[in-house]
Design a protein around this ligand. Structure first.
Ligand SMILES: Cc1cc2nc3c(=O)[nH]c(=O)nc-3n(C[C@H](O)[C@H](O)[C@H](O)COP(=O)(O)OP(=O)(O)OC[C@H]3O[C@@H](n4cnc5c(N)ncnc54)[C@H](O)[C@@H]3O)c2cc1C
Length: 560
């Protein structure tokens, strides 16, 4: 019998226990042996530490180990492993830093499989693949739900920087503890312990050792070793810019078809879809799926096939006059690639409202996920926009109990808004749509307190004590970093395939063959998803284009 069990006082159900800690049969263990080496381990030996990257996978033949997590008071027990058990959780797939410490408690015999062989094992053995993936995902979910992470974030609910870090951690599926400085009386003790001043919040205690004062997402990612296992020097078959649905689809298909794939993402995987509370029109999810769940699964899937994911790093340029192409990162470093897929998507335009930027993250939001909805509580909110994303946000936020005011510039909801959303909005007594209406003023000290809107039909302005505004109208492509390199349309979307004929003053197409569908004015550089001119702005089309692009990338690589 296995000795694995989660330590009290955080008991888990028998079902979760079975999924998180299945015991391998002798036959299954026999299939793992050829991928590793059998070795002995002595009591007290530490097999892995928080922050270690490329940690091997261990299967216990005999003996025992404990999995603990160092914290500010010492260590807390997570679980124990015995014969037939195996180590690991999601970081084993992503190659990111381990979250826990594994210490041998009895003389043991283990099979040690290095991370490269482990990925080869799961690629070849469908049954073990399923057992390990399910266990790793459930173990990570348990760490998240039980707040057993190696990160403590101390911040204020009314701070934009705190919101950004919370979103970053949750979008990366990184377990952490949030300490709300506005309500937690004991927090001051922690701050004093690390001599932190009020100006330096939010504060992150990383690995229970390093104190980061008001860090950027880049600094936090570095501290947690989220990009640690990624080589920036090798020439990649394919670099994908952006990890929204289109970039993730390209990563899944590219890596599963044997390409050496690197995805670079400014924030965390998910893109716009990751900021959606519930996507109901994506094929195969009749009950809907949260954007975070869909893209979180896609990220795991891409990593399982071997795609590397560099996060909290922006691409700021493309050196397009040479081959391999050079993708230039925000710190000036360059990554070489034989082919590039641009999947950098679009982002909401900022309406011309005085004080808008002052209240970003402190009353003004560009996404409506669980985190933002928690900030609103039962208060009334405003959603600006008449499209699908605005409708979806309104329906989601109406569940909080407050009134939702949708402000639409024109006299009707957008033609592109799905029928099911229009119906839900019309039937929901908590939602009121204000047509021909726009915000003309925002007031408040640090947090937004009052919003003034103008009814263009009557010419009347009115001021409302509303502290939360969700802006979801009019998106622009994220192509500023490409100027001069590729043919763009007059709005900045990337032209591809036959549409390149429409380009004014386009760079000359240098090859005898015609550009492929989704290929930009640069051979071997493709554009997919919302960033592409003519794209239908939907998750399904983003995913479709990401996968089609890989077929075309193969053709280009064969030309080289
Ligand atoms: C709130 C909301 C709800 C939605 N609901 C639905 C729905 O129900 N159904 C539906 O079909 N569609 C929905 N959509 C639309 C759908 O999410 C988008 O069409 C889809 O996400 C586009 O995917 P993408 O990969 O092309 O781009 P994005 O999702 O925009 O992803 C682009 C990614 O690239 C990254 N990036 C940008 N520039 C750089 C750079 N220079 N370097 C590195 N990374 C970069 C960004 O950070 C981002 O993560 C919704 C959108 C929103 C905002």
């Amino acid at each position: 019998m296995s000795s694995s069990s989660l330590a009290q006082p955080n008991p888990i159900s028998a079902g979760e226990q079975a999924q998180a800690f299945p015991v391998l049969t002798a036959e299954q263990i026999g299939r793992i042996r050829p991928f590793g080496k059998v070795r002995k381990a002595e009591a007290g030996e530490i097999l892995f530490q928080p922050g270690d990257v490329s940690v091997p996978f261990f299967v216990f033949l005999s003996g025992a180990m404990e999995i603990v997590q160092p914290d500010l008071r010492g260590e807390r027990e997570i679980t124990t492993h015995g014969a037939g058990d195996f180590t690991g959780e999601m970081s084993m797939i992503s190659g990111r830093g381990a979250l826990v410490r594994g210490r041998i408690t009895e003389p043991s015999e283990v099979i040690e499989v290095n991370s490269e062989n482990f990925l080869a094992l799961v690629a070849r053995d469908a049954e073990l693949n399923e057992i390990f993936m399910r266990a790793f995902i459930v173990r990570r979910l348990l760490l998240i739900s039980q707040k057993k992470g190696n990160v403590i974030l101390l911040g204020s609910r009314h701070s934009a920087k705190t919101l950004r870090l919370r979103e970053f951690l949750s979008r990366n599926g990184h377990p952490h503890t949030f300490v709300d400085l506005d309500t937690d009386k004991g927090a001051q003790e922690l701050l004093d312990r690390f001599s932190v001043t009020v100006e330096e919040i939010p504060v992150v205690i990383c690995n229970f050792q390093t104190v980061l004062r008001s860090p950027s997402t880049h600094e936090l990612a570095d501290c947690l070793g989220l990009n640690a296992s990624i080589s920036a020097t090798q020439v990649r078959d394919l670099v994908i810019v952006g990890a929204g649905p289109s970039g993730l689809a390209a990563a899944v298909y590219g890596a599963s078809e044997g390409l050496d794939v690197l995805v670079i993402e400014t924030e965390a995987p998910g893109g716009q879809a990751g900021s959606s509370s519930r996507i109901e029109n994506y094929l195969g999810f009749p009950m809907g799926v949260s954007g975070l769940e869909l893209t979180g699964r896609a990220t795991t899937q891409a990593q399982k096939f071997g795609a590397k994911m560099m996060i909290a790093r922006s691409v700021e340029g493309l050196n397009c006059n040479q081959h391999p192409y050079e993708v230039v990162l925000d710190d000036g470093s360059k990554i070489r690639a034989r082919a590039v897929v641009i999947a950098s998507g679009a982002q909401y335009n900022k309406p011309d409202i005085a004080n808008l930027t002052k209240f970003e993250g402190q009353g003004v939001y560009y996404g409506a996920t669980f985190i933002e909805s928690q900030l609103c509580g039962k208060e009334d909110v405003i959603v600006v926009g008449g499209g699908n994303s605005a409708g979806q946000a309104a329906v989601f936020l109406s569940q909080n109990g407050g009134k939702v005011h949708i402000l639409v510039r024109s006299s009707q909801l957008s033609d592109t808004m799905s029928r099911y959303l229009i119906q839900r909005i019309e039937e929901n007594p908590s939602i009121k749509v204000h047509y021909c209406t726009e915000i003309v003023g925002m007031e408040g000290d640090t947090q937004l307190e009052h919003v003034t809107w103008l009814d263009k039909n009557s010419g009347e302005t009115s001021t409302h004590a509303i502290r939360h505004v969700f802006i979801m109208a009019g998106a622009s492509p994220r192509t500023e970093w490409l100027q001069g390199c590729l043919a763009l349309d007059d709005k900045g979307f990337i032209l591809t395939g036959r549409d390149l004929d429409m380009a004014v003053g386009k760079p000359a197409w240098p090859l005898a063959r015609v550009p492929q569908m989704l290929e930009t004015s640069l051979p071997g550089v493709f554009a997919v998803g919302d960033v592409r001119a003519g794209n239908v702005k939907r998750v399904a089309s983003a995913v479709g284009e990401g996968s089609i692009a890989i077929h075309l990338v193969h053709r280009v690589l064969a030309e080289l």
